[in-house]
Design a protein around this ligand. Structure first.
Ligand SMILES: Nc1nc2c(c(=O)[nH]1)N[C@H]1C(S)=C(S)[C@@H](COP(=O)(O)OP(=O)(O)OC[C@H]3O[C@@H](n4cnc5c(=O)[nH]c(N)nc54)[C@H](O)[C@@H]3O)O[C@H]1N2
Ligand SMILES: Nc1nc2c(c(=O)[nH]1)N[C@H]1C(S)=C(S)[C@@H](COP(=O)(O)OP(=O)(O)OC[C@H]3O[C@@H](n4cnc5c(=O)[nH]c(N)nc54)[C@H](O)[C@@H]3O)O[C@H]1N2
Ligand SMILES: [Mo]
Length: 761
């Protein structure tokens, strides 16, 4: 097996299609994980590294934000976590010779897969105006360059500071402090494209934008809905939790346009029966809903609950004591039109009535969801309706019940808690002002979509990214790339090469950072960082591997170095002390962010600590009304014009967002190819198209403009009627920048109206 980086790029010519799988994980999962790890880091390093994932003295898996159970297996990772680790712990390196060999334009022609396979970035690089290549630059000169560009701006609001969700609490806190001390709230993050709709809907209805369940609640639940989520690929460790819940008696209802393998049956690779047996059946009921049908589904369930004769259909005691707005909600839902429900969901009345039976039989209900709910125009109303559904039967703030938005990036929730937010709360800014003695900006900053608009329009001129791959993650790729090229300076703090390094402003910097798996030694000794998982649990993460290059700096050191150069003595903030010893940062956090009392002591406990959550802990709802709010949500059925399909953009099994590990999507039966579109066979017949044909995907937007992604192979697939699915980021070019969710402004990556045009027409 070769550990050299590939020199040739890949294409889809060897693509093979097989039948989709009916179960997830088991032996193929384990072998797939090890194959990738051996290829990237060799056998010995694989063993040493994977044994430290999610252990009490090890590092937090950079894969997803699913929590670790209290009693851990020796191997508390999954196939896709192992791939995420191998991606970072790879022994391949990108040196200055690589940049001398490849022009920036040439890198821009390469696939995401090829770019990621080249290895770890090893030293700071600059691309000067007019130059074809990146060249080495010292850290000192790089900081000086950023500082002078920032200080030359007419206003601090002309700079944008993006964050992806892997940044630790310590780095995130220092970063937002630097940005606010510099003078702006322009802190867009990946959340803006991810769970922003969840945060918006939950803050308004229950008073806190985070999930209200712990792992124990799943185990104690009677009924778990898994809605708009593909845990077999994106949160594989969740399958063990669902298996455990099932064994304790829970029923599972899966709501999805696609029959995802992980939702059907799970072969747990960590127990013998999972390796050789048939595994556990997970979903008891599969509702194959149309894309964007969930508001209608939950509203229909709510109407049926209100109309039910069952004596305990509605928990009136809870509703009276803890909620607000029930009357208006009930009036609204009673007027629901069943034809709309059936059109929107594609389900039968019988299926919905049977689901109501599951609901009435359950005392404790959890609803889990991910991107299938958050990336539509009506995502915020949809999630509000999920909250209505749970409130009706008192399913919030009770053991075994609650809301469970399953987060993506391993510290995306923690970054928000630390203040990475373009709309900070006044209380947070007040606490920051009291701690550091300066007045932070109060005006709201730019989110991701508005930042792209500002760059496009020449209103933002410096773009700085703490991790991520902005160019590929964002919608409307052509528009976004032009916006990025319009900047004076673009800066990427990164571990791996990606397309955002190839599409640059007039001047561009790559600042290479330490990853999670690596030892972080500062003047005050060896440091650790901390992260918050999807359930509000905070724990330490300590890297063990030698850094990929002696030139790498930690994200904390990059922020503090930059802050010193940019701000000089402004505000008298002691950046050196924070960089020397991250305990100092945690002491600041303790005084600024509620719930972090005794941070330094508690984070050193083996399992860390759990942040307070008023609805979960004490049935207290810190909303504007002081109660949990019912809401009335208008149902507008998204009607797709004749001959068009509603396209959702999803992840394959072999990718981490924009990082493409490989070209297979094992559970969906795709081998060696990514330019595929999954369509229901009946729709193909109606459209006069054939399985295996090549088509362009053309998105139609209300302003009359068209966007095209050429040459996708059609796969006849059992998705819901009227819907299609294709992989992100190849399809981001189809999502119009102005097509965003109400309230949250999240790009509508899961509802794109497209037509399929035979290629070459
Ligand atoms: N291995 C791996 N792990 C990851 C990631 C990764 O890329 N790779 N990404 C991480 C990140 S940042 C995130 S946010 C999460 C994402 O985790 P997921 O949300 O599971 O990711 P997606 O692939 O976007 O899958 C969306 C799911 O919703 C379904 N869906 C689409 N539209 C609808 C709809 O209208 N209604 C319903 N009910 N279902 C719908 C799709 O069929 C699919 O099953 O995973 C995290 N973990
Ligand atoms: N069409 C469509 N678009 C989507 C989505 C979708 O479902 N469909 N999903 C959206 C979602 S949910 C999300 S979260 C975003 C993701 O958006 P991003 O978070 O911006 O993208 P990633 O692909 O996760 O970023 C990968 C890069 O992060 C860098 N990196 C990795 N680890 C580290 C680290 O420890 N430190 C630093 N400094 N850098 C690191 C590497 O250079 C790597 O190339 O994409 C969104 N875009
Ligand atoms: Mo995400």
């Amino acid at each position: 097996m070769s550990r050299e980086a590939p020199r040739e790029d890949f294409d889809d010519s060897g693509m093979k299609i097989a039948k989709p799988k009916r179960w997830a994980a088991g032996v193929p999962g384990v072998t797939a994980a090890l194959r990738d790890s051996y290829e990237q880091m060799g056998v010995k390093r694989t063993a040493l590294t994977l044994l430290k994932v999610n252990q009490k003295d090890g590092f937090d898996c950079p894969g997803c934000a699913w929590p670790e159970p209290g009693h851990r297996h020796t191997a508390e990772f999954c196939e896709n976590g192992a791939k995420a680790v191998a991606e970072e712990a790879t022994t391949r390196r990108i040196t200055r010779a690589f940049f001398a060999e490849h022009t920036v334009a040439e890198l821009g022609e390469r696939t995401d897969h090829w770019l990621g396979r080249q290895g770890r970035l090893t030293e700071p690089m600059v691309r000067n105006p007019g130059s074809e290549h990146y060249e080495p630059i010292s850290w000192d000169d790089a900081f000086g360059l950023v500082a002078s560009e920032l200080n030359a701006l007419d206003s601090p609001d002309e700079a944008v500071f993006y964050t992806s969700g892997r940044t630790s609490n310590e780095a995130a806190f220092a970063y937002q402090l630097f940005v606010r001390a510099f003078g702006t709230n322009n802190l867009p993050d990946c959340s803006n494209m991810c769970h922003e709709s969840s945060g918006s809907a939950l803050t308004e209805t229950i008073g806190i934008g985070k999930g209200s369940v712990l792992l124990e609640d799943l185990y104690r639940s009677d009924l778990i809905f898994v809605v708009g989520q593909n845990p077999g690929t994106n949160h594989p460790r969740m399958l063990s939790a669902l298996e455990k819940a099932k064994k304790a008696g829970a029923r599972i209802v899966a709501v999805n346009p696609l029959p995802e393998a992980g939702l059907i049956r799970f072969k747990n690779p960590q127990v013998p029966s999972g390796v050789v047996g048939k595994g556990t059946r997970l979903a008891d009921r599969f509702l194959q809903i149309r894309v964007n049908g969930d508001l209608a589904l939950f509203q229909a369930l709510n109407r049926l609950l209100l109309e039910s004769d069952a004596p305990d259909a509605v928990d009136h005691a809870f509703v009276d004591e803890h909620t607000h707005g029930f009357g208006a909600f009930a009036d609204h839902v009673k007027a629901l039109d069943w034809d709309d429900v059936l059109a929107a969901t594609g389900l039968t009345r019988g299926e919905i009535a049977a689901t109501l039976g599951d609901v009435l039989a359950a005392k404790r209900i959890v609803v889990c969801w991910a991107m299938g709910l958050t990336q539509h125009r009506n995502s915020v109303p949809t999630i509000r309706e999920v909250v209505n559904f749970l409130l009706l039967r008192g399913n919030i703030g009770r053991p075994g019940a609650g809301v469970c938005p399953v987060r993506g990036h391993s510290n995306v929730q923690g970054d928000r808690t630390m203040g990475i937010y373009e709309k900070p709360k006044p209380e947070f800014l007040d606490a920051l002002a009291a701690e550091f003695g300066f007045e932070p900006p109060r005006e709201h900053g730019l989110d991701t979509v508005d930042a792209i608009r500002a760059m496009r329009d020449g209103k933002a001129r410096v773009f700085f990214a703490m991790g991520g791959n902005f160019i590929r993650a964002t919608p409307d790729s052509d528009v976004t790339e032009a916006a990025m090229r319009n900047c004076r300076l673009t800066v990427q703090v990164s571990t791996k090469l990606n397309r955002s390094h190839a599409v640059t402003g007039g001047r561009a910097l790559i600042l290479p950072a330490l990853g999670r798996t690596e030892r972080d030694v500062q003047a005050g000794g060896e440091q650790f960082v901390s992260v918050e998982d999807s359930m509000g649990m905070v724990h330490a993460s300590r890297g063990r591997l030698a850094p990929a290059s002696p030139q790498l700096r930690s994200e904390v050191a990059i922020v503090t170095g930059l802050a010193r150069r940019t701000l000089g003595d402004r505000h008298g903030i002691a950046w050196d002390a924070m960089e020397r010893d991250y305990d100092v940062i945690r002491d600041h956090v303790e005084r600024v962010v509620p719930g972090f009392d005794d941070y330094n002591a508690r984070v050193r406990e083996p399992d860390g600590f759990t942040l307070p959550h008023a609805p979960r802990d004490e049935r207290r709802f810190p909303t504007a009304t002081g109660k949990a709010n019912f809401t009335a949500n208008a149902l507008e059925v998204l009607r797709v014009p004749e001959g068009r399909l509603l396209l959702q953009t999803v992840r394959s099994h072999d990718q981490y967002n924009t990082t493409i590990y490989g070209l297979d999507d094992r559970y969906r039966g795709v081998k060696a190819g990514r330019r595929v579109v999954f369509v229901n066979p009946d729709d193909l017949t109606a459209l006069g198209l054939a399985d295996g044909a090549t088509v362009d995907l053309v998105s139609e937007w209300t302003d009359g403009t068209e966007r095209r992604a050429p040459a996708f192979r059609i796969i006849a697939y059992p998705t819901a009627r009227g819907c299609a699915a294709a992989y992100f980021p190849e399809t981001n070019v189809l999502v119009p920048l102005d097509s965003t969710a109400e309230v949250s402004n999240t790009p509508t990556s899961k509802s794109v109206v497209v037509r399929l045009e035979p290629a070459g027409e």
